[in-house]
Design a protein around this ligand. Structure first.
Ligand code: 5GP
Ligand code: MG
Length: 180
């Protein structure tokens, strides 16, 4: 396994291995299997970034559930823009349902805050957030994150669904931007 990858003009260094990610995802799934057993949850995976996380997580969920997808984007290159550019999906009725949002990474928290507000307008019974990665130091909107994979500092990561200018989502490992 190579420790470094190149995407466009940047080099990235191995940060979390596929094995580390896999065991973390399994432990989140085990917790959900207990917590959500009687709730018939609707998982909402946030595209594009969360598709690997959602796919691996949901294979380990053994209670009744439904899955749907939304597309929300607030990122452009290396920086969170703090504005929502697109929202697609969320067209089915989620009234009185217990919803669990699946996200790749929470940075400023703006995307999650926006999505939670939209879900509350739809009169959902409850909303929980599961994010593979969370950057507590950059969060501008206080959020309760019920399931966190890894807390990370203010760094830029790619792989396992996360992109750099649309590239690099396909890597099984997660890599960090090499600042040298
Ligand atoms: P927020 O709205 O919390 O600022 O940003 C959330 C979205 O920005 C995430 O869903 C993700 O798509 C993107 N994002 C945040 N941090 C990173 C990062 O380190 N790497 C990549 N590739 N995307 C990120
Ligand atoms: Mg995302």
């Amino acid at each position: 396994m190579s420790e470094f990858i190149s995407l466009l003009d940047k080099e990235f260094k191995l940060y979390f291995t596929a094995q580390e990610i896999g065991s973390k995802v399994k432990s989140i799934a085990q917790k959900m299997n207990q917590d959500l057993e009687s709730l018939d949850p609707v998982f909402i995976a946030v595209l594009n970034g969360a598709f690997f996380f959602a796919c691996d997580l949901l294979k380990e969920i053994h209670i009744p559930f439904e899955i749907t997808f939304v597309k929300v984007a607030s990122y452009d290159g290396l920086q969170s823009k703090g504005t929502i550019k697109t929202l697609m999906g969320l067209d089915e009725s989620l009234k009185d349902r217990n919803v669990v949002v699946l996200e790749d990474i929470v940075d400023s928290g703006f995307t999650m805050k926006y999505l939670i507000e939209e879900l509350q307008k739809m009169e959902v019974a409850s909303v929980k957030i599961a994010s593979l990665l969370v950057k507590p130091s950059t969060m501008k909107h206080p959020l309760e994150i019920h399931y966190t994979g890894f807390e990370v500092p203010d760094v830029f990561l790619v792989g396992y669904g996360l992109d750099y200018h649309k590239k690099g989502r396909n890597y099984k490992n997660i890599y960090i931007l090499n600042s040298e």
